[in-house]
Design a protein around this ligand. Sequence first.
Ligand code: A3P
Length: 280
Amino acid sequence: SKGVSLDDLLFFYQGIPYPAPVCSAETFQALEIFEARRDDMVVVSYPKSGANWLIQLLNDLVFTTSQTKHENVELPFIECGDPEKYQRMKQFPSPRILATHLHYDKLPKSIFKNKAKILVLFRNPKDTAASFFHFHNNTPDVPHYNSWDQFFSAFMNGKVSWGSYFDQAVAWNRHLEDENVMIITYEDLKENLASGVKQIAEFFGFSPTAEQIQSIAERGSFQAMRERSQEIYGSVGATLFRKGAVGDWKNLFTEAQSQEMDAKFKECLGGTKLEAHLKY
Ligand code: A3P
């Protein structure tokens, strides 16, 4: 897909850009009638914040505590794929693990109506942008950017797939205290994965033993996940588990870009709860 204009590959739905190959207007329309369940486990994140990591932890948590292996053959991202997927998803046993990058106001209303629990994942915006850039440029069939500078300005303006990081962050910052909502950060998980797993388990009402928490954390380490990535994700595995580090943005950002992002972050989230969570 090198040389193809990025604007041709982004498709807009209700004002937000999405990647044309994996999202479609038909699927978005079908999503409007999607029925969430009370016991769905919903992971909401901006792209490249570590969603696949959380999904793996949740899968392992369900498996470890209930010994039921889910035949979860669907892409867990609810807004991606063909419009018939919601019919197939009706057959899935509970608890279903659902992931999404949709903005707060675009989430299916049934998630709130039926009181499904929502785990909101955030990663600091600089590492998120760096990871997103590498994802585009390392993954076959995903549009490439000509340069980091080109991507940086698209990211700052929300002209990338799933729109603006900052808009998502501002919206979620208003809902962090809502019932059935918990926030976790990539940085928290990196700092102490076992403690993150414990919090997540409590939030969703699971009671793993200390030993089970430890082994979920071991299987969820970057190294362990990267080793299994080929088996789980096929060829995209290699690009999904790139570096798994905090602070890798320093290899891409200029000083001016770093300051520009600091200023934007401060303007959008200065003094907020989310800022404190992100230790930004
Ligand atoms: P990097 O590109 O910085 O390496 P997502 O799953 O939302 O697409 O996020 C992908 C990012 O999460 C990648 O970041 C990937 O390496 C990182 N990641 C995935 N599994 C991880 C793990 N077990 N530990 C730390 N980072 C992980």
